[in-house]
Design a protein around this ligand. Structure first.
Ligand SMILES: NC(=O)c1ccc[n+]([C@@H]2O[C@H](COP(=O)([O-])OP(=O)(O)OC[C@H]3O[C@@H](n4cnc5c(N)ncnc54)[C@H](OP(=O)(O)O)[C@@H]3O)[C@@H](O)[C@H]2O)c1
Length: 273
């Protein structure tokens, strides 16, 4: 049982391969952005696919062909609507499985097996997955609330590929949590829609504390999984590099737009990066 479980723990399942690939792609993309300009050829489509929102327009000129695929960034709310519904459904099924012993529907069971769900016994993992799914659902609900009542979206845009990626992401992340179960204020007044230098709290240390907080949320989920869950650490690695990339662009955007931008402020990690 021990060595079998050990083999399970280190197996490269389809989900692990996916998260590993995503993490590697975002790491490579981040490294490419750190290469001094001029050393590598610039590709407008590539830049269009990796930048979104306010940092899209600080890249190279965007050809009309790229602009044709623009989707309003306010559509971010769709990600969280989908996540609340889909992950709410998964949470409901998992609650029934953990507390009432009800089996998953056969299509879901089959899907989880294909994706590489854990095969070894371990009741405590099911409880950890339940807690992580509760956190993920609450997080999505909070983000949905933020999209509707806190965030003031300008006319910023995202590429339709990024939009589809965002939708797929929240479906996959819920399935990843479930695969760990062993088988058997917008109430204020809007003054303007310009991007200003944010100040206070964590903003004194980094340009994008929201991206840093996102990373910490996923790390806290890894802790809930008992710290040694390789699959979830791959999700965390992906979130790390994708948020580092967005934070890097955001930081460059602020530095190019505001001459008085605080010099000591880092992009993503206080004092480091
Ligand atoms: N897990 C993942 O893979 C993943 C991926 C992407 C995002 N996220 C999370 O989703 C959340 C939102 O991401 P985001 O990229 O939309 O964050 P963001 O660019 O910081 O935007 C958040 C809100 O603040 C506004 N804003 C941004 N910079 C501003 C400034 N300097 N002055 C005034 N308003 C400003 C934005 O307006 P505009 O939209 O008009 O700029 C938007 O309404 C974050 O918590 C992020 O971590 C997670």
């Amino acid at each position: 049982m021990g060595s079998w479980a050990g083999a399970e723990l280190s197996a490269l399942t389809p989900l692990r391969a996916l998260w590993l690939t995503l993490a590697a792609v975002f790491l490579l993309t981040l490294l490419l952005q750190l290469v001094p300009p001029g050393l590598l050829p610039s590709c407008a489509l590539f830049q269009d696919l990796i930048r979104y929102g306010k940092t899209k327009h600080s890249g190279p000129p965007r050809p009309a062909a790229c602009r044709a695929f623009d989707v309003p960034k306010r559509y971010f709310s769709h990600f969280y609507i989908l996540s609340v519904l889909w992950n709410g459904f998964l949470l409901w099924r998992l609650t029934q499985a953990v507390f009432l012993g009800a089996p998953f529907p056969s299509w879901l069971h089959g899907l989880l097996r294909i994706l590489g769900a854990a095969q070894f016994q371990g009741g405590e993992l099911a409880l950890s997955a339940f807690l992580v799914l509760v956190f993920l659902w609450l997080h999505s609900l909070r983000r949905l609330f933020e999209c509707f009542y806190v965030s003031v979206f300008s006319n910023a845009v995202i590429h339709v590929v990024q939009y589809c990626f965002g939708l797929t992401y929240y479906v996959l992340v819920g399935l990843t949590v479930l695969s760990q179960v062993p088988m058997d204020g917008r109430d204020g007044v809007v003054i303007h829609c310009n991007h200003r230098i944010p100040f206070g709290d964590w903003f004194e240390y980094v340009s994008s504390p929201n991206y840093l907080a996102e990373l910490m949320i996923y790390i806290s989920m890894a802790v809930t999984f008992g710290f040694y869950n390789l699959t979830w650490w791959l999700v965390v690695t992906y979130v790390f590099f994708s948020q580092a990339l967005s934070a890097y662009f955001s930081h460059k955007f602020y530095k190019s737009k505001f001459v008085s931008y605080p010099k000591h402020r880092r992009a993503f990690l206080p004092f480091l990066f």
